[in-house]
Structure formats: C-alpha cells, structure tokens
Design a protein around this ligand. Structure first.
Ligand SMILES: Cc1cc2nc3c(=O)[nH]c(=O)nc-3n(C[C@H](O)[C@H](O)[C@H](O)COP(=O)(O)OP(=O)(O)OC[C@H]3O[C@@H](n4cnc5c(N)ncnc54)[C@H](O)[C@@H]3O)c2cc1C
Ligand SMILES: *[C@@H]1O[C@H](CO)[C@@H](O)[C@H](O)[C@H]1NC(C)=O
Ligand SMILES: *[C@@H]1O[C@H](CO)[C@@H](O)[C@H](O)[C@H]1NC(C)=O
Ligand SMILES: *[C@@H]1O[C@H](CO)[C@@H](O)[C@H](O)[C@H]1NC(C)=O
Length: 485
C-alpha cells in the first residue's frame, strides 16, 4: 500500500530511503514461502556463513536480513511482498558485483540465490542450463566431459548469470564471441512478480535488453546457453612471461603489435603488480593459444623479443587453466577484500598511455605500502563477437579489442580519495587515445561513477530507457549501474 502511495505522489526520495530495519521478516514473508526457504537476519551470529560472501567490501550493499528462496514461486512471492511493503531488495548470485552503485542499497534484504546452482547439460541439443547463482567452475567438468565449451568470464567463482547479464567477456571470446552470444533463453521474475521466459521468440525486446543491461530487469532463475565443440581436444598451449619494469614499453608494444591482426585462437592477459618486499613492479603476460603448441610459437615471438626474465610454456586442459595464477589474479576468488575496480574499453593500444599509467601506478605503489592494486589488460580478439551486429543485443562493446581493468586492493577507505583521484586521471588518459568517441566501460567492470552512456552507449540508451519504463517503472532493479528512467 505504502508503495503505491509513494508512486502516486512521486515521493521518490522518501521511498528510495525505505529500509527493512526492524521488520519481522518471518511474519511478513513467512507464510507464502515454501518449506525449504530460509529467512536470516544480519544480527544472527551465523549470517556470514549462511549467506553468500561478497567479493569486495567497497561500497557494498548492507542488509537487515536475507531470504534464501528454494523455488521460483518463492522468488515471485518475495518480490511481490517487498513491493507491497516497500522493502528494498537485491538478488545475490555469485557475489562478485563490483560497482559502487550497489552501495545505494542500505538495510535492505538480499534475495540470496544460493539454492539456484543447478547445472544441467543436454548433450543431444548441446545446451547447458544453469541456475541463477551457479558459478563458472560448476560448469567446467560437465562441459569438459562432453567435449564442449562456451564463452565464459575468466574467474571461476563469478556467477554465470551475473556475468552474462552484462555480456560476459573473457579469454574464450576469440573463439566463441561474448558470453551472451550463446544465450538461448532465460526464465526471469519481473517487477510485478510474474515469471516470464525471454528468448529470440518470447519477449524478444526484453531478451535484447537483458543481454548487456540485464541486472536492470528482474531476477533470472535459470539461463540456457548453446554449447560448441571444444577446440584442440580441450587443450590449451599457455605461455606465461615475466617482465621487469624497465621493459614495460616493449611489453605494451608487443600487445600493440596485435592491433592490426590477431588470430581468433589467441588470448593475451597482462597483469602489472608490485612486490612490496623487493620494492619493484613486474608484468606477467599470459598468452593462451587454443591449438597445438607448435602453431602458437609465431605469436609468442613479440613477447620473447620484449626481454622477459622468464617464459614458462605449458599445455593444459582448459579446465585447469584457471589455476594458473598467471592467467587469473590469485585474489579473484577470495571474498571479503576491499577492492575498487576501474575499467575502460579500448579500440586500440596506445603505448604512451600505458607507459604513463604504469609509471604513475609505480609511484603510487612506492608511496603507499598498503596499496596492492593490479593493472590488467584483457586483450581478446573481437572478430567473432563482431559477426553479431551491434544492434542485435544491448551489449555495446563489440568494437572493443581490449578491456583495461585496474583492481585497486587496499585495506580500507582511508586511501579512497587518493586512489579515486589517480584512477580518474588514469582513465581519462586512456580515454583520450581509446579510439572511441565516448567513454566506454564494460558494465560489469565499472566503478559506477561513469554514467549510463558509458555503460550502455548513447546508441542504445533511449531504447533501454523505454524498456526500463515498461518492465521496471518503479526502479526495483536499479542498484547495479542503473538505466535512468
Ligand atoms: C575477480 C573478478 C573477476 C571477474 N572476471 C570477469 C570476467 O572475466 N568476465 C566478465 O564478464 N566479468 C567478470 N567479472 C565481473 C562480473 O561479471 C560481475 O561482477 C558480475 O556482476 C558478477 O555476478 P555475480 O552474480 O557473481 O555477482 P553479484 O554481486 O551476486 O551480482 C551482481 C549484480 O548482478 C545481479 N544478479 C546476479 N545474479 C542475478 C540473477 N540470477 N538474476 C538477476 N540479477 C542477478 C545482482 O542483483 C547484482 O545487481 C569479474 C568480477 C570479479 C570480482
Ligand atoms: C516474528 O513473527 C513470528 C511469526 O509471526 C513470531 O513467531 C516471532 O516471534 C516474531 N519475532 C519477533 C522477534 O517478534
Ligand atoms: C617504463 O618504460 C619507460 C620507457 O622505456 C621508462 O622510461 C620507465 O622508467 C619504465 N617504468 C618503470 C616503472 O620502470
Ligand atoms: C617479492 O620479492 C621478494 C624479495 O626479492 C621475493 O623473495 C619474493 O618471492 C617476491 N614475491 C613474489 C610474489 O614474487
């Protein structure tokens, strides 16, 4: 009731400040829930163990309690009851969301989807169907056994659905396009509490929107993806290089050498970090080739010529690749850290921008003992992603050849101001030479201060606003990089 009055009078500020504080969740939600659903309060001593841990504590949402639905009907009931009583809520999948806008949810309830982690592989149709909170690592073995794969995010512990709602970029995209290009359909609970299917043939407009702006439209209970054959029997020729700081320009130059031509089978991930004991930065470059090691050799040459301290070649099944600490930041799956993410999409490699960013980071590392940020370049081919027309999905970054990510690890908010100042300057420097006219940031890597044009592009924003007004006019799903109404 309260909610409809709020909407009627347009008391947006008052309503947005609504909280769940002090509410008896059992008496409010209990009756309509299935027997296996659970209600937890943040004040319970076991709240931390019983609910999904967030990866970053930076501008994290806070909860008065959590409800763990066991059925789709539970989720429908929770959404409807929350709307009726004006209680703000947020779905929690893998808990890896990084944007600071999530912190706008204070004292709400978490709809913790941890009961929705099923993984079903349909070999006959080459489909995989995952629950709304299944993580990538839960899909590895079933896919590997079937000799199949799909485009995925890099970190094993990220939610498959959470990543796909933004597009899902990763080191397999040269072969398979971005993750959403394999998405066949989703089942989704909407703002009215209705359960709908979205696919090319059902609610096609909604399906367009959720492929790139998905966290804005509802709660996905399950998603079905089309699998493809794994290449090279699932084996990857993976070479890890270690470079000293003084050769940084040659490393960026080697990355740049692939701007004009890169095979679909290649994935280059570079990570610059600082060793506070040795007081020096190093750059690790992981080059994956999805084919025989012999064929990979020619693509390693630019890095061999850039003066590495070491080069370690291995051939691994793709399922174990994630354990190579050089290809995925080791901290990627440790929850409860304080990390501020900044990112930008790039259409070209500007060596000078990298040199100055690296030098500025090095000065910052040297100055701040507690700062352990890393600069990551996700340089993955985009030819296959570009075979899907830009207008086909809400995801706006098919022209990007790389996503630059700076993951700023530090103990607490005391360094926020200096980190934010350095990051904004760094992002602006890359933007000037990114090759894009407007700031362009992959929504799932975003800091949250960039704005909707940067996340969704001015090309797509009007259409997304229309769909947002149609599907979520009261902005219930507006905590993760929201589409403004
Ligand atoms: C260490 C690390 C590595 C990453 N690597 C990659 C990568 O390689 N590629 C890539 O594309 N992304 C990557 N990401 C970004 C990741 O895709 C996003 O952070 C994504 O939002 C995480 O989803 P989640 O379910 O784990 O997180 P959550 O924090 O649980 O959710 C994030 C947002 O998505 C919404 N959401 C989650 N599940 C659902 C659902 N079932 N239905 C509706 N809404 C839902 C939540 O409500 C929230 O708004 C990485 C993030 C981290 C922290
Ligand atoms: C909340 O409501 C339930 C059921 O209505 C009741 O059993 C319980 O005692 C209430 N809890 C508190 C703290 O009032
Ligand atoms: C990075 O490379 C440039 C150009 O060679 C060099 O001047 C600079 O000192 C290097 N940075 C670091 C931190 O070593
Ligand atoms: C950091 O440097 C120290 C001293 O040179 C070395 O012993 C240590 O192994 C380095 N740490 C890493 C993670 O490389």
């Amino acid at each position: 009731m309260h909610h409809s009055i709020c909407s009627l009078l347009g008391l947006i500020v008052l309503c947005a400040a609504a909280q769940a504080d002090g509410v008896n969740l059992t008496s409010l939600y209990g009756l309509g829930l299935s027997n296996s659903a659970e209600i937890l309060y943040a004040s319970d001593s076991d709240f931390e163990e019983e609910t999904t841990h967030r990866w970053t504590l930076y501008h994290a949402p806070t909860y008065y309690g959590a409800i763990k639905p066991a059925t789709e009907a539970d989720i429908q009931h929770i959404v409807r009851t929350s709307v009726e009583h004006d209680i703000p809520f947020l779905a929690t999948g893998g808990g890896h969301g990084v944007t600071r806008t999530l912190g706008r949810l204070q004292n709400g309830i978490s709809i913790d989807l941890s009961n929705f982690q099923t993984v079903e592989l349909d070999e006959e149709n080459s489909f995989i169907t995952v629950g709304g909170a299944a993580t990538y690592q839960q899909t590895y073995e079933p896919m590997y056994r079937a000799g199949m794969m799909m485009a995925m995010g890099n970190a094993p512990c990220v939610g498959v659905v959470g990543a796909a709602l933004g597009g899902a970029v990763g080191m397999w995209q040269g072969l398979y396009g971005v993750g959403i290009d394999s998405l066949v359909s989703v089942r989704l609970v909407t703002a009215t509490g209705d359960l709908v299917v979205a696919s090319q043939t059902e609610n096609a407009e909604l399906f367009w929107a959720i492929r790139g702006a998905g966290a804005n439209f509802g709660i996905v209970t399950s998603a079905t993806f089309q699998l493809q054959d794994a290449v090279n029997n699932g084996n990857v020729a993976s070479t890890s290089f270690v470079f000293p700081a003084k050769h940084n320009a040659s490393v960026w130059e080697a990355v740049r050498s692939f701007d004009t031509e890169i095979p679909d089978e290649l994935a280059v991930t570079a990570i610059a970090s600082f060793n506070h004991t040795a007081q020096e930065p190093t750059i690790l470059v992981n080059v994956n080739y999805y084919g025989p090691a012999l064929d990979a050799a020619q693509y390693l040459r630019p890095f061999e010529e850039a003066g590495p301290l070491a080069a370690i070649p291995v051939t691994l099944p793709w399922t174990t690749l994630q354990q190579l600490s050089l290809s995925v930041d080791a901290a990627a799956c440790t929850p409860g850290q304080y990390v501020a993410d900044y990112s930008i999409a790039l259409k070209q490699t500007d060596v000078d921008a990298y040199v100055s960013a690296f030098n500025a980071l090095t000065a910052f590392w040297e100055e701040h003992e507690a700062f352990a940020g890393v600069l990551v370049i996700d340089r993955y081919p985009n030819a296959v992603a570009k075979r899907v027309a830009d207008g086909e999905t809400a995801y706006p970054h098919r022209e990007a050849i790389a996503h630059l990510l700076i993951e700023n690890h530090y103990p607490d908010s005391s360094l926020d101001d200096s980190v934010n100042a350095l990051m904004r300057e760094t992002r602006a420097r890359f933007q000037a030479t990114s090759g894009f006219d407007e700031l362009s940031v992959y929504v799932n890597f975003a800091q949250g201060d960039e704005g909707a044009e940067a996340w969704y592009s001015s090309r797509k924003l009007e259409r997304l606003k229309e769909l947002k007004r149609a599907w979520d006019p009261n902005e219930l799903f507006s905590y993760s990089n929201p589409i403004p109404i």
